[in-house]
Design a protein around this ligand. Structure first.
Ligand code: TYD
Length: 255
């Protein structure tokens, strides 16, 4: 029997294992979600499989347009090989339309277009509920310096343009999303790259025509029933459903 891999970290939706070579990790996508109310099912059958595929799709797309990220290759239905990074303890959020926290804080109607994409940060801490922090906090506490922040904003805005375009092409509005950024070293030289995952778990996605939610908010509201449906719909439109991949699967254009 193959030796058990060493578990490096287990989070809400993913597990990280030691990779086959130094500087690599295996990222395993679970079905679990904290977005589902406790009295309902705590996991969504197939969500991990879809998010593994979707994150692969977006990260590869980013690689193709020159945005550095952690993805190396998919290993199987639930696992992908990634570069090991040192995660900056921030949720980097980009908003195109008002929803969630910004709508609440500023009393904006959900869906209001923002004057320009807005980048903001939350400190990664489950215990504290990921509190919003300013650049001042980030630099003062040494989580990143000003140069890092300039690079992070540049990366976040490129990811935003890429994702907004890809989603819009299949009739989906990218309202907001969060990414995480990691550090890698080439000798003494440090670079920042996109890490973690890009999936409907970390985006707000609304159908362009109907406004229907196709993201974790939909999961929160739906709870029971055919749970993976919103995510399946996103994967179907993008042409990345498992059955399509490797068989010339193409995005479905929504007219
Ligand atoms: P935000 O409106 O700040 O919080 P909430 O979703 O709790 O109302 O979230 C903005 C976007 O960032 C949204 O698409 C969800 C995503 N996000 C995460 O995926 N994880 C997080 O820890 C946070 C704070 C946001």
């Amino acid at each position: 029997m193959a030796p058990r891999r060493k578990k490096i970290y287990e989070g809400k939706a993913k597990i990280l294992y030691e990779g086959p070579e130094p500087g690599t990790l295996i990222q395993y996508f679970k079905d679990d979600s904290t977005e589902i109310p406790a009295h309902r099912k705590a996991s969504i059958e197939g969500k991990g499989v879809l998010n593994n595929r979707l994150s692969e799709f977006f990260m590869q797309g980013l690689t193709n347009i020159g945005v550095p990220n952690h993805f190396i290759r998919r290993v199987n239905m639930r696992e992908q090989l990634i570069r090991q990074v040192e995660i900056i303890p921030l949720e980097v959020i980009v908003r195109n339309f008002a929803a969630g926290n910004i709508a609440k804080r500023l009393g904006l109607e959900e869906g209001t277009p923002l004057p320009r994409p807005i980048v903001e940060y939350s400190y990664k801490s489950d215990d504290l509920g990921d509190p919003m922090v300013s650049e001042e906090y980030i630099v003062a506490f040494g989580w990143a310096n000003q140069q890092d922040l300039d690079d992070i904003v540049a990366l976040a805005l490129r990811v935003n343009d890429f994702l907004s375009g890809v989603f819009y092409g299949v009739g989906i509005k990218l309202v907001d999303f969060k990414i995480e950024i990691g550090r890698i070293w080439d000798g003494d030289f440090m670079r920042l790259i996109v890490a973690d995952e890009i999936s409907p778990d970390c985006c707000r996605l609304w159908d362009v025509k109907t406004g229907e939610k196709l993201d974790r908010d939909a999961m929160r509201q739906q709870g029971a029933g055919p749970m993976a449906d919103p995510y399946t719909e996103v994967a179907r439109r993008l042409g990345v459903l498992p059955t399509n991949v490797g068989h010339g699967g193409k995005p479905t254009l929504i007219n």
